[in-house]
Design a protein around this ligand. Structure first.
Ligand code: ADE
Length: 390
């Protein structure tokens, strides 16, 4: 992660986070460990808990805890009460700056309100789902601090969803099942950036791809990109493999399960485990049995359906999440946004805010440097032309 490394080296020299308490509720992976070490190199005290009960890499959590610089509260497969207790423990620390992937930590701090929010200079948010939640909080007039929307930074958009989830969701599905994608019909539910990445890569691997959408423009784009587009009830009869990535709930439910073919595989790549309706699936099944790690066979009498990773985000539960090359960009943005909140957060009004353009540009430039790619710059004559309305 060369970009993050260069930021870490600067942080070691300048110590811009001295005296700051940072709390991070992120997927506990090797890449996250690099981010946390970068932050502590900047002089802050840091605490880390998981953003999902099934995404923690225990060896990473243990190694980070052994460093002695970071309080780590995460264990793979922790139950929901333990998960919630870990988030609550981080909120108890009264952080100055938070990092979230799904907004659980900021939600707990806001649910507590009052003193719990004292001293909070701001937070960052890594994912679409988290920003949806925080914007709802803002719409109710209750968001108490500035939040930098890392998920919407240009550098993040260009990398994370398309190259990150696009590849890692399929990686998780393949590691869990060892399926051959070629010749399969893969149904993607949701054609946001992530759905696009999954659809594109699945097609490249020889699958026929069907897209289901509720947004007319996204559906039109999918059609123009060459995919079949249809309602989920129609796709249910056709698909061999279903991937939900909508951010909504019960996207696959009873009416879909009842139409699916024997052997159909169900995976979720959205943040929360609500996209595949597990209550409906359990209610239809006479028995459930784990046939491979993270593959549960639901016996529906005349058919069986296979659920991956208990409906949790498949790229992190069944694989290692996005590769380091992707997270280098995301977490470089995160590190610089934490610094921004420490230096200028108090001057910002509460609200969900765009990542400053200068941070976006710096991360893109550092990543290009790391790749050994140089680019042109605008000439003086071009600058005058671009600046002129005549
Ligand atoms: N989100 C997606 N991939 C990730 C990774 N490798 N580490 C942390 N968060 C992630």
């Amino acid at each position: 992660m060369p970009v993050l490394r260069s930021i870490r080296e600067r942080f070691e020299r300048e110590r811009p986070l001295t005296g700051i308490r940072v709390a991070a509720c992120l997927h506990v992976t090797a890449e996250t460990a690099n981010l946390v070490r970068t932050l502590t190199s900047g002089g802050c005290a840091a605490a880390l808990c998981a953003a999902n009960p099934l995404s923690t890499q225990d060896d990473v959590a243990a190694a980070l805890a052994a460093d002695g610089h970071v309080e780590v509260r995460a264990r793979r497969g922790e139950d929901l009460d333990t998960y919630a207790a870990h988030v609550a423990a981080l909120a108890d620390e009264r952080p100055h700056v938070t990092l979230d992937d799904g907004a659980d930590l900021l939600s707990v701090l806001h649910a507590r309100g009052g003193e719990a929010l004292d001293g909070l200079r701001g937070g960052t948010e890594e994912t679409t789902t988290g920003l949806l939640r925080l914007r709802r909080l803002e719409a109710e007039g209750r968001l108490a601090c500035p939040v930098l929307a890392v998920n919407e930074a240009r550098a993040e958009r260009a990398f994370n969803d398309r190259h990150g989830t696009g590849q890692s969701a399929l990686d998780g599905i393949l590691r869990a099942t060892n399926l051959l994608l070629a010749g399969q019909t893969l149904v993607v539910l949701g054609y946001g950036q992530t759905g696009r990445g999954i659809a594109q890569r699945a097609r490249g691997a020889g699958a026929a791809v069907i897209v289901c959408e509720v947004d007319a423009l996204a559906a039109l784009e999918a059609r123009m990109d060459g995919y079949e587009v249809m309602p989920a009830t129609a796709a249910a009869e056709r698909g061999d493999l279903f991937v939900t990535v909508t951010g909504s709930r019960s996207v696959l439910r009873r009416e879909h399960f009842e139409r699916m073919k024997d052997g159909a595989v169900l995976a979720n790549a959205g943040h929360f485990d609500v996209e595949i309706d597990l209550d409906d699936l359990r209610a239809l099944a006479s028995s459930v049995r784990e046939v491979r790690p993270l593959v549960d066979r639901y016996d529906l009498g005349d058919r069986a359906l296979y659920l991956l990773a208990r409906g949790r985000v498949v790229n992190l539960a069944a694989a290692e999440g996005h590769p380091a090359a992707v997270m280098d960009v995301s977490f470089a943005l995160q590190a610089l946004c934490v610094e921004e909140l420490v230096l200028r957060g108090q001057a910002l009004e509460p609200g969900v805010r765009a990542v400053p353009r200068a941070i976006d540009d710096e991360v893109a430039r550092l990543r290009l440097d790391a790749l050994g790619v140089s680019i042109d710059s605008v000439t003086e004559a071009q600058r005058r032309y671009l600046d002129s309305w005549t």
